[in-house]
Design a protein around this ligand. Structure first.
Ligand code: C2E
Ligand code: MG
Ligand code: MG
Length: 579
């Protein structure tokens, strides 16, 4: 039973006698009631109190009940608040309008006290179970997304988040940050000779030893800790660790710890390990670089044979030089027409029909040749040119979609990627409306793909921007879901239509039970939020069948088509259907 304590209800009713009577009945039951004489006042109360339930008359001055419901449903903060209409006559068209707008129930006036309370309690109870189920799904997805199932240690994703958080902190406190990457050697021999169960036993023991060793260390700040970042690789993040000599000796202790014998199936086993270390130079490198640099240092150490230790140095890669060059030349790429768009089909899994395309940018550099967006988009983002490039892509994609619609290939949805920087730009709304107007593309045929990083720009602003974009009638999708920040709680506040499961999960979905479990949890969670799921990177029929089994709606990937130049994509579209 739902406790009546502190449960808030907003009542909207223009007839004073009825309103006061209602409020009194509910207060006697212990509910906290806020009452309004019209829809407009009620809306203000709803926004202020975020009630557990709204009871509303249909016909009211200023703003009627349908208008109130519409406004309540449009606001992501209240879009799922239970809404019950009170109406004098059960007019069928009224009923239909209300239900279409998303009313949960109807009470026909005059009603008995018991009838009212039963309806209120039923709605609240339903809401409570839904809330609990959604919370469980969320918690489960959260855990799977951030922890390695075998060792219970943070996984690569969570470690990267901690690196980001720690680097913000270390910038403020001027402390140093180090990441040790420890790679095991000999694990595959254990797996091959004794089986995976023994391999798992050993891995858990490695995790345990590293965890204990690191926690004995004197420094331990909130971000310090061990994670398992890939099958045979552990990462150790340290903040404020003193001098390099200390770091060096700690690494050697960690290596020695791992090299002590293991016991599995009454046998003594031995592992070897190497370690690579990278330091964050807050002024010069991005948090992501710390992970990459530590990987590079480990790679270097592994060249030196088992037991080696290596510190990252700038010479380990010349990425920096190339990066600088691309950074300088990206500005000219647009005016020199070196950019183009390719289009990758998105398919409805049930019917195997093409339902749309994702527009993907390509850069053909006159000297360096083809450069992947994976490389140049982050650079464009950093320098800010992404705003201009993104606007170009949006226009181009809208025109292309309109051309295909005019050729009779509709209905069709064109998905365009939006970077965090574009999202932060004040001109975004104008850019989007201009692109729609100039191309004549119906807004419903446009989908914008955003990434989890936009949540970092302040929740309120993000919710407001997304709501405004939705009001234009375009669709919104969350891209690369599962690769970014930790908070799932924001998801339900964003008015999203679709969630794209990142290809890193899909890749191993039929072989890695962990990835399968994550994907299952993510699909269930998305559905509980009323979103559809688009799987990225679908390469095999096995992938597709597995995803279909999870109830995933749409798919995109090489199984159907690679991203293609416009003419080829148009030809594909003319066929429409995959077998
Ligand atoms: P994304 O938005 O997640 O796009 C999907 C990427 O997965 C594309 O890489 C696509 O070619 C690749 N892909 C699709 N199917 C498969 C498959 O079955 N297997 C594998 N292995 N890969 C597949 P691409 O084109 O290299 O783009 C990389 C990323 O660059 C995109 O990831 C997106 O984040 C970014 N990007 C591309 N174009 C734009 C753009 O116009 N604006 C912005 N802001 N970002 C863009
Ligand atoms: Mg995308
Ligand atoms: Mg993606």
């Amino acid at each position: 039973m739902v406790s009546a304590e502190r449960v808030r209800i907003v009542v909207a009713e223009d007839e004073d006698a009825i309103r006061e009577n209602l409020a009194r009945m509910l207060r006697i039951e212990g509910f906290d009631v806020a009452a309004a004489a019209n829809g407009k006042e009620a809306l203000a109360l709803v926004r202020e109190h975020l009630p557990a339930l709204i009871l509303s008359d249909v016909m009211m001055p200023v703003l009627d009940g349908h208008g109130l419901l519409q406004a309540v449903r449009d606001d992501p903060l209240t879009s799922s608040t239970p809404f019950v209409f009170l109406t004098a006559r059960a007019d069928r068209s009224d009923l239909r309008t209300g239900m279409n707008l998303g009313a949960d129930d109807y009470l026909v006036k005059p009603f008995q006290r018991d009838e009212l309370l039963a309806a209120v309690r039923a709605r609240l109870a339903r809401r409570a179970t839904e809330g609990q189920a959604a919370q469980r799904l969320q918690a489960e997805a959260q855990r799977l997304l951030h922890f390695d199932a075998l060792t219970n240690l943070p996984n690569r994703r969570l470690m990267l988040e901690r690196v980001r958080a720690a680097s913000h902190q270390s910038q403020r406190s001027n402390s140093r940050l180090a990441l040790i990457m420890l790679g095991l050697d000999g694990l595959s021999q254990v797996n091959d000779s004794l089986g995976h169960e023994s391999g798992d036993v050993v891995l858990r023991e490695v995790a345990d030893r590293l965890f204990r060793q690191v926690n004995q260390a004197v420094f331990v700040s909130e971000f310090d800790g061990v994670g398992r970042v890939s099958g045979e690789q552990f990462a150790i993040l340290l903040e404020g660790f003193g001098d390099d000599a200390y770091l060096d000796s700690l690494c050697r202790e960690l290596l020695a710890t791992v090299e002590r014998p293991y016991q599995a199936e009454a046998q003594q086993l031995f592992l070897k390990a190497c370690a690579g270390v990278a330091l964050l130079d807050a002024a010069k490198s991005a948090p992501e670089d710390l992970m990459r640099n530590a990987d590079a240092a480990l790679h270097q150490a592994q060249q030196g044979g088992p037991g080696s230790l290596s510190f990252f140095s700038a010479e380990m890669n010349d990425r920096g030089v190339r990066r600088l060059r691309l950074h300088n030349e990206l500005h000219k790429a647009l005016e020199r027409s070196e950019l183009s768009l390719h289009y990758q089909a998105q398919v409805d899994i049930a019917s195997r029909r093409i339902i749309g395309f994702e527009a993907l940018m390509r850069w053909q550099h006159p000297e360096l040749g083809f450069i992947s967006p994976v490389e140049f988009i982050p650079i464009a983002e950093e320098s800010g040119v992404i705003v201009e490039m993104g606007a170009w892509a949006l226009n181009q994609a809208c025109h292309q979609a309109k051309t295909w619609l005019d050729a009779g290939h509709g209905p069709l949805r064109m998905a365009v990627n939006l970077s965090a920087r574009q999202f932060a730009d004040d001109e975004l709304m104008a850019t989007v409306t201009d692109a729609l107007e100039e191309s004549g593309l119906p807004p419903a045929s446009l989908e914008l793909e955003i990434t989890e990083s936009i949540a970092m720009q302040g929740l309120e602003r993000t919710v407001m921007m997304l709501t405004a974009l939705k009001k234009l009638g375009i669709a919104l999708a969350m891209d690369d879901f599962g690769t970014g920040y930790s908070s799932l709680s924001y998801l339900k506040r964003f008015p999203l239509d679709a969630l794209k499961v990142d290809q890193s999960f899909v890749r191993n979905i039929t072989t890695d039970p962990g990835d399968a479990a994550i994907t299952r949890a993510v699909v269930a969670m998305a559905h509980s939020f009323g979103m559809i799921v688009i799987a990225e990177g679908v390469e095999t029929t096995e992938h597709l069948e597995f995803l279909a089994g999870l109830g995933c709606e749409n798919a995109q990937g090489y199984l159907f088509s690679k991203p293609l130049p416009a003419t080829d994509a148009g030809a594909l579209l003319a066929h429409m259907k995959f077998r």
